[in-house]
Write a protein that binds this ligand. Structure first.
Ligand code: B12
Ligand code: SF4
Length: 487
């Protein structure tokens, strides 16, 4: 039986001591889909470097042991550099071992991913259908040369003719559950997860919809990727099965647009109550905050929701229009306040440093956060990921010269203002001030302390982790960035 090794690369640098490692849903979904379509035909093995990076020797030993017939790599843009290193190791072990790459990085930057990483083929878009086609094709042919599949670019072919995205599974109810059994799942329970409030929870991440009908200019959700949802009945069935199978205490719902269909959300809550699924729920990837209402928030709370993210991004109406987020400020504020009063812990996501953004607009965003009743806030600086409209606006299609890719993807802690009005240095100062002012408000400290949804010990650990990031990782990285001779 052909052996397929699937790899989740480790990130280039690690964050303080709170390393999130969440089960890689993309890989698990591909493996489950292939197994459903071709039962018993391919044997999958998953190595997740988020649980611990392996060195060259360890990889060589592992490759000798597994003897894969094909390697699949799943990469975000920040994992591109590590993917290059991994592919080099794999190719030094066996030069003709096919390496296929998928995930958000090649989806947004297919040409560069193919040229730079050394992969034999890259997949742009969702992977279930094209990956199955690649596997079947390779089983009967020795090379990928003759493969023509939408969204798949093949290295050895002279003409790269895969425009558009890979075909998608339109009815998500047809997808099997992700193959969590391929992982040593207990390892993940010990790690920090996307809800970085604690570690040590028996949880699983779940995706109940794909795509998003909004079209924010900085987002990976291309208009070519349709919005689809699983039915409420299927979602409830999966939650019930997973909770029992893995003895879970919590689900992290990771959808990009979970609450678009109000009725579906209410039906899911109703189904959870009817089945008596006794877990908690968190939404670390956020809910669309301005289309929530009190009934929906109360329904979510009633089934155990304790943590919701609200993506506000900017408090400037001009920037909202420019980035096409178009948040209704009055509604989102009302919903944050209601969620907080209902006993839900909240986090706000803000972005600073958009092209043309003025100092005044940035300060307005910071002021908004300070006035809000949010428990936590992240002040991200804007990063233009390849494949987004924002990237084209900032770089233009030809602007990133081959050889400078590392600079493009090794983003951790570096602050690059895209605004011509505010320098990178000033932006980093605004971000630091925003963090300090936000978390130094006595009323906020009091509320965080009183409302923290896990133990006080976990609060202390998270506070120390954040302090480590704010006063060690970040200043060190900024010093290196702004005082070049320290590099
Ligand atoms: C869970 C999650 C996380 C987790 C785990 C991250 C990880 N390393 O995997 C945590 C919380 C740690 C996280 C952190 C970050 N994340 Co995040 N995260 C997500 C989220 C919400 C869900 C991912 C998921 O499970 N999707 C569902 C599965 C089914 O989809 P998928 O993984 O894309 O897989 C499909 C295809 O891509 C493809 N595919 C995937 N792998 C492969 C492999 C092969 C061989 C093939 C053929 C196909 C294929 O097929 C799959 C099935 O269709 C996504 C948003 C989203 N909706 O996807 C953002 C997302 C992946 N994150 C993103 C970002 C930017 C980050 C951060 C950099 C944020 C930050 N500023 O710190 C960090 C990076 C830290 C790191 N290096 O791990 C971006 C990535 C954009 C990009 N171009 O890289 C996304 C897309 C969100 C966004 N706003 O744009 N994130
Ligand atoms: S609402 Fe969120 S997921 Fe949808 S396009 Fe905007 S940023 Fe992307």
């Amino acid at each position: 039986m052909p052996s397929i090794l699937m790899i989740k690369p480790g990130w280039a640098e690690e964050i303080g001591f709170m390393h999130p490692a969440t089960p890689p849903l993309g890989i698990l979904s591909l493996a489950a889909f292939v197994e459903k379509q071709r039962p018993g035909k391919y044997a999958f093995k998953v190595v997740d470097e988020k649980l611990g990076r392996l060195n060259h020797r360890e990889w060589s030993d592992l490759l000798k042991e597994i003897k894969p017939d094909l390697v699949g790599i799943s990469a975000l843009s920040v994992e591109a550099t590590r993917s290059v290193e991994l592919i080099r190791i794999i190719k030094s072990f066996k030069p003709d071992l096919p390496v296929i790459m998928g995930g958000p990085y090649p989806t947004g930057a297919r040409e560069r991913a193919l040229e730079w990483t050394g992969a034999d083929a890259v997949v742009a878009g969702e992977g279930e259908i094209p990956f199955l086609e690649i596997l079947d094709y390779l089983l009967h042919n020795n090379s990928l040369d003759g493969l023509h599949v939408p969204g798949v670019l093949v290295r050895s072919r002279k003409i790269r003719d895969a425009a558009g995205y890979a075909d998608m599974v339109m009815n998500l109810d047809e997808l099997p559950r992700p193959a969590f059994d391929l992982l040593e799942i207990e390892h993940y329970f010990k790690m920090y997860r996307a809800t970085t409030l604690d570690s040590g929870t028996r949880y699983l991440p779940v995706i109940t919809s794909r795509g998003c009908p909004y079209a924010c200019i900085y987002c990976h959700n291309s208009p070519g990727i349709a919005y689809r949802t699983m039915s409420a009945a299927r979602v409830v069935q999966d939650l019930d099965w997973l909770a029992r199978r893995y003895n879970l205490n919590e689900f992290e719902i990771m959808d990009d647009a979970f609450n678009l269909n109000r009725k579906r959300v209410l039906d899911i809550c109703e189904g959870i109550r009817a089945r008596g699924i006794c877990t908690r729920f968190s939404f670390p990837n956020g809910l669309r905050g301005d289309i929530l209402d009190q009934t929906v928030i109360s329904a979510l709370k009633s089934v155990g929701t304790y943590f919701i993210g609200f993506a506000i991004e900017s408090a400037s109406p001009r920037i909202q229009e420019m980035i096409r987020k178009r948040i209704d400020f009055a509604r989102i504020e009302e919903n944050i306040n209601f969620a907080v009063s209902s006993g839900i812990f909240t986090i706000g996501f803000f972005m600073l440093g958009f092209p043309t953004e003025t100092r005044k607009e940035m300060l307005k965003t910071v002021e908004y956060a300070l006035r809000s009743r949010l428990h936590l806030a992240f002040f991200f600086n804007v990063v233009p990921f390849e494949g987004t409209e924002l990237f084209d606006l900032v770089h233009g299609p030809e602007a990133v010269a081959p050889g400078s890719e590392r600079m493009l993807y090794d983003l951790q802690y570096a602050v690059h203002s895209l605004s011509e009005h505010v320098s990178s240095f000033e932006l980093s100062a605004i971000q630091s001030a925003a963090n300090i002012l936000f978390y130094a408000q006595p009323s906020r400290i009091y509320r965080i302390f009183m409302d923290y949804p896990t133990s006080r010990l976990e609060l202390l650990k998270s506070a120390m982790g954040f302090g480590f990031y704010m006063f060690w990782n970040r200043p060190r990285a900024l010093l290196k960035q702004f005082v070049p001779r320290l590099k």
